[in-house]
Design a binder for this molecule. Structure first.
Ligand code: FMN
Length: 353
């Protein structure tokens, strides 16, 4: 059953930012955990190994609402070192899919509208907006301080190219990491599933550059645990190369982000307005297969390489059964964006399963 979403797709990003969250996330009711936290996650004791990834929790009000509803890992939406505007509305649409979004289906245009129904897949198209650090640093610090015993707030960030050279771009990631660490965040997450500025593909597909970025961040933040967030990588040899390149520096690998596809309306025209928005990331139910596959591949690789990274599974977790499937596939912790948006009680459902 779909509840009222805590991010309202009918409203602009700015309206959500100013007035959200909505639905049960706005009722102030705390779902408390009794007893000592018994799970270990990157050096923090948690009540559960479940939460919300970067994206739907726009600011500290959203993060606090998630913590109150028992999402014990709450990720603050990806921030940057400079302000960046959001794409024009709409930013979220329901994607009409028959079954899984296979890579083959993702090559064809997918119809989308504002009719949200199960099994739910959506597209999200924001362009990674960010306020200035002067705004988000105190706001993130406020969110971090709201975590109760058994909970943690993760700070997600990415670098921005300013037309300079590669080193400037790499340095901006390290700068962002320092700004996030200054807020008191205990766990940091770098988004490597972002566009690789100046190149055609995502940063996680550019192994040499991804390695430089991760090393520069680790030099900046020292022992603070670092999660790297990556996309679905179909090519096993490429995934092995990437993991080899980062496994000594990154403490955890989180997968997946969205699977991109052309998104059209009922008349076959681009559904999202503006330049470069025809292709947009799809998430929710239809991508669960890909997230599960990545969890299994990352687990096998960890064994093969005698590596120690924590595996965080994301993609299409809509109910407690999906959470269990991820744990069985190899994920040490599991996160849900789309599922949590439409079910504010998902963490509670998983704890009661
Ligand atoms: C509304 C929304 C906004 C998102 N924004 C971000 C973001 O800022 N940074 C990021 O790394 N991922 C972002 N994501 C991707 C999610 O973290 C997640 O990887 C993806 O949605 C797959 O999970 P799901 O199937 O549970 O939605 C966003 C997802 C949604 C639904």
């Amino acid at each position: 059953m779909l509840h009222q979403p805590f991010y309202d797709p009918a409203k602009s990003y700015e309206e959500n930012f100013q007035s959200g969250p909505f639905g049960a996330f706005a009722d102030g009711v705390v779902i408390e955990d009794s007893g000592e936290p018994s799970h270990e996650f990157l050096g923090v004791k948690l009540h559960s190994l479940f939460g919300i990834p970067a994206g739907p929790l726009l600011n500290s009000r959203f993060v606090k609402a998630a913590l109150r509803k028992g999402f014990d890992i709450a990720t603050y939406k990806t921030v940057r070192t400079t302000a960046c505007p959001c794409h024009a509305w709409p930013n979220v649409l329901a994607v009409k899919l028959d079954g899984d979004l296979t890579l083959q289906k993702a090559q064809t245009p997918l119809a989308a509208d504002q009719n949200y129904c199960e099994p739910l897949s959506i597209t999200n198209s924001f362009g990674v907006p960010s306020r200035e650090p002067d705004f988000w640093q105190p706001d993130l610090a406020d969110a971090v301080a709201a975590a109760e015993c058994g909970q943690v707030v993760v700070g997600s960030f990415q670098g921005t190219a300013t037309g300079g050279n590669e080193q400037d771009y790499v340095n901006d990631f390290a700068h962002a990491a320092r700004l996030v660490k200054e807020t008191g965040c205990k766990i940091l997450e770098v988004n490597l599933s972002c566009p690789n500025e100046g190149a055609a593909n995502l940063l996680c597909f550019d192994i040499a550059r991804a390695q430089k970025v991760v090393s520069a961040i680790k030099n900046e933040i020292g022992n603070t645990p670092l999660i790297i967030k990556i996309a679905y990588i179909a090519d096993d040899a490429l995934l092995t190369q990437l993991v080899r390149a980062v496994e000594k520096t990154a403490d955890a690998i989180e997968a997946i982000n969205t699977i991109p596809a052309a998104i059209v309306n009922q008349s076959g025209q681009p559904a999202l307005p503006g330049q470069n928005r025809l292709r947009s990331g799809v998430c929710g139910s239809g991508i669960k297969w890909a997230g599960l596959a990545m969890a299994a591949k990352l687990k096998a690789l960890r064994g093969d390489l005698y590596a120690r990274y924590t595996i965080i599974g994301v993609g299409g977790v809509m109910n407690a059964g999906d959470y269990q499937d991820y744990r069985k596939a190899g994920a040490d912790a599991v996160l849900s964006a789309t599922g949590a948006m439409w079910n504010p009680y998902l963490a509670q459902d998983i704890k009661n399963y």
